[in-house]
Write a protein that binds this ligand. Structure first.
Ligand SMILES: Cc1ncc(COP(=O)(O)O)c(C=O)c1O
Length: 427
């Protein structure tokens, strides 16, 4: 496989853009080599500027659950663009997407559209603070909730990949308002809430942690979290920016049967365009300006193109056997990857929640940040490089989830599993 054009473009990009990328997770720093420059994508495949084809399990880091350039989305977007790309005034599309979201996530009575997951979590926390009159928040180690100051404390995703979970530039006084706890640690949670409940506005959590791979909640963890927060007047925020429509149609909250007070969404609800959303109980969301005093705004929020892509995506997802099909392909891939590692004699732990998955190069059960870090990242790098050369595109970090779309086929899975077996053997 040749990457000459990508290399040339990366050299140029590095002169103009920090690290040559507009989001650090796109860099190949953790795995070696240079990022691929992409020319086009269709269905389950992505094509780089050198003409190489890959089966894509990154899917723009999660949003493209229908696959790339789904014909219905493209058609709807073309039509929408002809009507104008932004008005800065309300549209019927915003009502339509809000209705679809609220119907699918009944824990929310009201929802506000924003432009990214970062904006969603940042705004939700501001509202939770405004509602409770308390300042502190609890987050869990390895959870990534976007790059707002107070959330870059023990953060996952690129922050973990590049070894800076606590970013410089975040004022100490601000970081002190964030309490971090190990995921799945019920005792630590109980202790902190018992001692500090009076000052805690909210707990924000990825109910399945996709930003250190794929870490599942242990039985009882989310239930205890719900009970403790309710008892102590603490707002429980489920950050379902990644898990929304992926763990199940109704997200992790439907799958695990937990009703959070607030929910953040992003990725899938924008169908590949920039969207985030936060919502929740009516009494809490009534705090949001102009209904209430907590300020939050956005020039392009509720953008008609983004709303269109979101509406079409959710409509397609809600059709009959969509999730059965997704589950079937995801299950095939799961079995194939587990078997391939075993046959190649490589010790791995595999986890999956709906259409999110991760293989760790460890013998330790992965239940939190600490155990995720037991994965042998040098082995992952070898595996990543090997499988990329065989036409499979994974995220360039051990600490990211892989994603499956409706466009992935049995044939894609077969090719992936064969490539994985060969690549495991090279580790
Ligand atoms: C769980 C979670 N929350 C928030 C974010 C931030 O979203 P965005 O990158 O759209 O700002 C991400 C991004 O990966 C995420 O995975």
């Amino acid at each position: 496989m040749k990457w000459k054009k990508s290399q040339r473009l990366f050299k140029k990009a590095q002169e103009l853009i920090p690290g040559g990328v507009n989001s650090p997770v796109r860099a190949f720093k953790a795995v070696g080599g240079n990022p691929l420059f992409i020319q086009r994508a269709k269905g389950s495949k992505i094509y780089d500027v050198d003409g190489n084809e890959y089966i894509d399990y990154v899917l723009s880091w999660g949003p493209l659950i229908l696959g790339h350039a789904h014909p219905d989305i493209v058609k709807a977007l073309k039509k929408a663009a002809e009507r104008g790309t932004s008005y800065g005034a309300p549209t019927q599309l915003e009502i339509e997407l809000a209705e679809l979201v609220l119907k699918t996530y009944p824990s929310m009575d009201m929802v506000r559209m924003v432009n990214s997951g970062t904006e969603a979590t940042m705004s939700a926390i501001r509202v939770a603070r405004g509602f409770t009159g308390r300042d502190k928040i609890i987050k869990f180690e390895g959870c990534y909730h976007g790059h707002a100051d107070g959330l870059l404390v023990r953060a996952g995703s690129g922050a973990t990949t590049f070894g800076v979970p606590d970013s410089p530039g975040v004022p100490k006084s601000y970081a002190q308002e964030t309490i971090t706890l190990p995921f799945n640690d019920v005792e630590a949670l109980k202790n902190v809430i018992n001692e500090e409940w009076k000052s805690i506005a909210c707990v924000i959590i990825e109910p399945v942690v996709g930003n250190i791979g794929c870490v599942l909640p242990m039985p009882g963890f989310l239930e205890t979290l719900r009970k403790l927060t309710k008892k102590n007047g603490i707002i429980l925020i489920f950050d379902e920016v990644m898990t929304g429509f992926r763990v199940s149609f109704g997200g992790a909250q439907a799958y695990y049967g937990i009703k959070p007070d607030m929910t953040c969404l992003g990725k899938v609800i924008g169908g590949g365009l920039p969207v985030g959303a936060y919502g929740g109980r009516k009494d809490i969301m009534s705090m949001v300006s102009p209904l209430g005093p907590v300020y939050q705004a956005g020039t392009l929020s509720g953008n008609p193109l983004a709303m269109t892509a979101g509406i079409e995506t959710i409509k397609i997802l809600s059709k009959g056997k969509t999730y059965k099909k997704l589950e079937y392909i995801a299950g095939l891939l799961e079995k194939g990857l587990i078997d391939a590692a075993a046959m190649a004699g490589v010790k791995t732990k595999f986890y999956r929640a709906g259409t999110m998955f991760c293989t760790y190069f460890t013998e330790t059960d992965v239940i939190d940040y600490k155990t995720a870090k037991t994965s042998d990242t040098s082995k992952f790098s070898m595996f990543f490089s090997g499988i990329l050369k065989k036409g499979i595109n994974l995220a360039p970090s051990q600490f990211e989830a892989g994603f499956i779309s409706l466009a992935h086929t049995e044939k894609d899975v077969e090719k992936t599993v064969r490539a994985a077996y060969e690549s495991f053997k090279e580790c």
